[in-house]
Ligand binder design. Structure first.
Ligand SMILES: Nc1ncnc2c1ncn2[C@@H]1O[C@H](COP(=O)(O)OP(=O)(O)OP(=O)(O)O)[C@@H](O)[C@H]1O
Length: 282
């Protein structure tokens, strides 16, 4: 029997920046995630992806509604949930190894044991050779691999990833997709992954949550049934196109508000490649 691992029940989040004019970042969000699932949150800029991730991380709180992890309400950050951000956030004054050991030492793990566990994780992300390098000596992709090792060495049940590969070039991103998929299948962690990139979501996820704006929330949920490891084939291309179509409807709504009601994404757009970022750069 599967257990409901993460339950979002009628979740609502309003930011009250201006008096009497709240920004509804999330409205009526109902969703259930099973243990070990890979879920992507996909959608245009401002649809509440990061807000939802931050609430699950315990870094922010919903205005109303319920969020349960293993049946318990979330009241703040915890060792069961670790976030990997777009910027690796490594401490520049510590070596790669010291960065990965840091959380374990804070937790009170003995130094030798912490070093052994950190080295184990550096091997898993193929960075053994760079254990004693400083972060500034690493490429962007390598820094993100250290950030993933630093998160997974803590053995969280849930890994939350906020556009972790968005700043990387296409080739590096493809390599990291493969590495992440391998780590996920070996560790059986639950992963919640925020992205603007349809192809990235299709390659990695069991399910894709397509989000909408004004108010922010869930527009649709797509199940990715293609076998793993995934390659571009007719099944994934068909799904990418279906998602793109719905995403374009959402973006049309946002862009009409920004550019005026005579604007049309269909006639004015530059490209409809599914690999494009559906973010503020449009
Ligand atoms: N701290 C805050 N104070 C006020 N408004 C906020 C705050 N954080 C987010 N918002 C607003 O809530 C909405 C959702 O923002 P959020 O960052 O979650 O969207 P997103 O989908 O992650 O966007 P992006 O893809 O651009 O990162 C936006 O309208 C944003 O302006």
């Amino acid at each position: 029997m599967t257990t409901n691992h993460i339950v979002l029940n009628n979740l609502h989040k309003a930011f009250n920046v201006k008096k009497n004019d709240p920004v509804i970042a999330l409205d009526n969000v109902d969703f259930t995630i099973q243990k070990g699932e890979f879920i992507s949150l996909l959608g245009p800029s401002g649809c509440g992806k990061s807000t939802l991730l931050n609430i699950i991380a315990g870094l922010d709180q919903q205005t109303s509604g319920e969020l349960l992890v293993n049946g318990k309400p979330i009241t703040g950050p915890g060792n069961d949930r670790i976030v990997v951000f777009q910027e690796s956030g490594l401490f520049p004054w510590l070596s790669v190894l010291e960065n990965v050991m840091y959380g374990l030492l804070i937790k009170g793990i003995d130094k030798k044991e912490a070093e052994a566990r950190a080295m184990e994780w550096l091997a898993k992300v193929h960075l053994t050779k760079f254990a004693h390098s400083q972060p500034h000596e690493l490429s962007g992709g390598m820094k993100q691999r250290v950030a993933i090792a630093r998160a997974l060495v803590m053995d969280p049940e849930i890994l939350l990833m906020d556009e972790p590969f968005a700043a990387l070039d296409e080739q590096t991103r493809m390599v990291l997709h493969k590495e992440l998929e391998k780590l996920w299948s070996e560790t059986k962690k639950t992963i919640i992954f925020v992205t603007h990139n349809i192809r990235e979501a299709v390659v990695l996820s069991d399910r894709i949550v397509l989000m909408k704006t004004r108010p922010g929330g869930i527009k649709n949920v797509f199940e990715v049934q293609a076998a793993r490891p995934r390659t571009a084939d007719s099944l994934t291309t068909h799904l990418e196109n279906r998602i793109l179509e719905e995403l374009e409807q959402e973006m049309e709504k946002v862009l009409k508000e920004e550019f005026g009601s005579d604007y049309s994404l269909k006639t004015d757009r530059v490209s409809s490649s599914p690999d494009r970022y559906m973010g503020s750069d449009i």
